[in-house]
Design a protein around this ligand. Structure first.
Ligand code: PEP
Length: 255
């Protein structure tokens, strides 16, 4: 059985007090429903990581992720945060390759491969984002685009290391836009990703790795997306900032 996972990516939102309140509200919203079958991961901004790690990890079934890490272990890189620092806060996960990092901070597959390596070396689980942009989708080149990301950023890993990853398929045109991939598009791509992983790493790795969907996933559409056979949960941006929406997304994961 693959792990079912929902990740809330707060991006650059939430002051410390707002973040604490949101965690309390999410816990209250979830209290009446069993969500034990879902691993719930919250990714606050770096600045809250240490304090919120303690709070979030005391909740059953919750873990904490950073939203990014530097690709080197330490040094004169003002303003940056290393994988070792993240691990020292109690966070066990890190989002790598989010399209906003690729787009606004120029992160390419070569750099992202280094981030994955350093995250794994520090015992963090990378939540690695891949996805095509609108031009690629409209040109019917979405499969090639995603395969290139897999090959250049991840396929250097050994099977043992690759199986430690969580993959998030996030079509760039669906992130923060209110446009969601159809069930057909999401299932089609998740199945394709799994088949490419199968070709490279074999059946055991490809059938056990969790592949999440991300891109305007919310309380209204999560159920049908999560019902897809190859979709193992979601990476949630906007809807993770509203307690009852995020709880509804979590409760949409089928047992
Ligand atoms: C994201 O940030 O990864 C994301 C999927 O955002 P949203 O849910 O807002 O589209």
């Amino acid at each position: 059985m693959r792990k079912k996972i929902v990740v809330g990516n707060w991006k650059m939102n939430m002051t410390f007090n707002e973040g604490k309140q949101l965690v309390d509200d999410i816990t209250n919203e979830l209290a009446s429903h069993s969500s034990d079958h879902v691993l719930k991961i919250i990714a606050p901004p770096f600045i809250h990581l240490a304090a919120l790690s303690e709070k979030i990890k005391s909740l059953k079934g919750f873990e904490v992720a950073a939203q990014n890490c530097h690709h080197l272990s330490n040094g004169a890189y003002t303003g940056e945060v290393s994988a070792a620092m993240i691990a020292s806060t109690g966070a066990n996960y890190v989002i790598i390759g989010h399209s906003e990092r690729r787009l606004y901070f120029g992160e390419n597959n070569n750099l992202l491969a280094q981030k994955v390596n350093i995250a794994l070396a520090n015992k963090l689980t990378p939540i690695f984002c891949i996805g095509e942009n609108l031009v690629e989708r409209n040109a019917n080149q979405h499969l090639e685009a995603v395969l290139k990301q897999l090959k250049e950023a991840l396929f250097h890993l050994s099977p043992a290391d690759f199986s430690r990853l969580i993959i998030a398929y996030e079509p760039v045109w669906a992130i923060g836009t209110g446009v969601t991939a159809t069930v057909h598009q999401a299932q089609g791509m998740h199945n394709y990703i799994r088949s490419e992983i199968n070709k490279k790493y074999g059946k055991e790795v490809s059938t056990t790795i969790s592949i999440l969907y991300g891109g305007s996933c919310n309380a209204k559409n999560a159920k049908e997306l999560f019902a897809c056979i190859d979709v193992d949960g979601g990476l949630i941006g906007g809807a993770s900032l509203i307690a009852n929406d995020f709880a509804a997304v979590i409760n949409s994961v089928v047992k």
